[in-house]
Design a binder for this molecule. Sequence first.
Ligand code: SF4
Length: 348
Amino acid sequence: MNNILNDNISLQKSHTCKNQYFPVLEWVITEKCNYNCLHCIYAADYTLSAKEWTLNEAKKLLDEAQQYGIHALTITGGEPLLHKYFFEIAESICQRNMIIQELHTNGQFISQSTLNCLKETGCCPLIKISFDGIDCHDWLRNQEGAQRETLRTIQLCVENGFRVNVLTNVHRRNIKTILSTAQLLAEIGVHKMHVVRTMESSRWMKTAGSACLEAEEYYACMLEFIHQYIKSGHTMEVDIHQIISLLPKLKKYHIAYSEYQNSEYASASFNHKRILLAADGNVFSCYPVFNAKDGKYFLGNAKTEGLHVALEREKNLSYTISPDYWLFFEKRYCNRLEKLLYNWQKLN
Ligand code: SF4
C-alpha cells in the first residue's frame, strides 16, 4: 500500500516555475524575407539590416524558456523557413519537450519534403499562411504568381493533415472580394481565417497609403462581411481583429470586448496573453510592427539580460484601449453586431 501511495505521489509531483503568466512565446527567429510586401517592416528591401538568432543563441534561449515554464512557441519571421537552421531550431524545441504551436509563413518554401521534415522532427504545428485575397495577393506581396503559389501551399498542407489558418490583410483594394476569398478558403479546407485591417505602418503609408481603411470604415465593412458570411453557410471559423471570433459549426461567437474584461495581462493590440521575442532579442508585450517601435511595449532584451528579466517587467504594465478600438463601442458597432448574431442564433 505504501509503495502504491509513493508511486502515485511521485507521478503527481508538480513542476513549479516562477513564470505564472506567459506559457506562450511568439518568436521572430529571423527578419529576413523573400517577399517584399508593401506593408511590412521585414520586407526584402531591408535584408541588409535584417537580424536573426544564431543557433547557439537559440539553444541558450530555449534552455531558459524551458526553465521558466514556457511550453509552447509560435515561430515567425520574416520568413522563418529562410533561417539556415530552421529545422535544428525546431528539433531543439521538441527535444526540450516544448511544442511549436504555430508556424507563421508566407508558404513559398513549403513543399512535400518540408512537410515530411517537419513531421520527422515530431512537430505538427498549426500553419498560419498569409493570403491577401483573390486578385490582390500578388499586389500586396509585390510578387507575381504569389497567389497561385500560396493557394497551392495551403492545399498541400491541408492534404498532409496540417491544420491551416490564413491571415488576410484587409484594405480598400480587397474589401470587395473579402467574401469570395473567405468562401474559397473554406472550400479548400482552411480551419480559420484571421482578418486584420492593414494598419498605418510607415512603409504601408508610403507604398499604398490611400488603400488604408479608416477604423470606422473597417468596422462597417466587417459587419457587412459577417452578415454575408454567416448567410453563406460556410463552417470555416473566422476571427476578425478587434471585433469577433466566429465559430459557425457550433453557432457560437466571441465578441472581442470580453478580452478586455477577462484578461488581466491582455495587450491593447494583436497578441492577447502573448509575448513577442524579436530577432535582435528585444522582448515586447505586443506585436512590434505598428506599436512597439515607440518603446511603449518594450520590456527588455533576452540576449543581453535574459528572458526572465524582461518577462518580470511585463507584470507591472497596464494597458489602455486604443482610440480606434474605442469607436467600436462608442459608435455602437458592438450593439449592431450583437443584434446580428442574436438573429443568427435564433434561426434553426
Ligand atoms: S508580410 Fe510576411 S511575407 Fe511579407 S515581407 Fe513581411 S514577413 Fe515577408
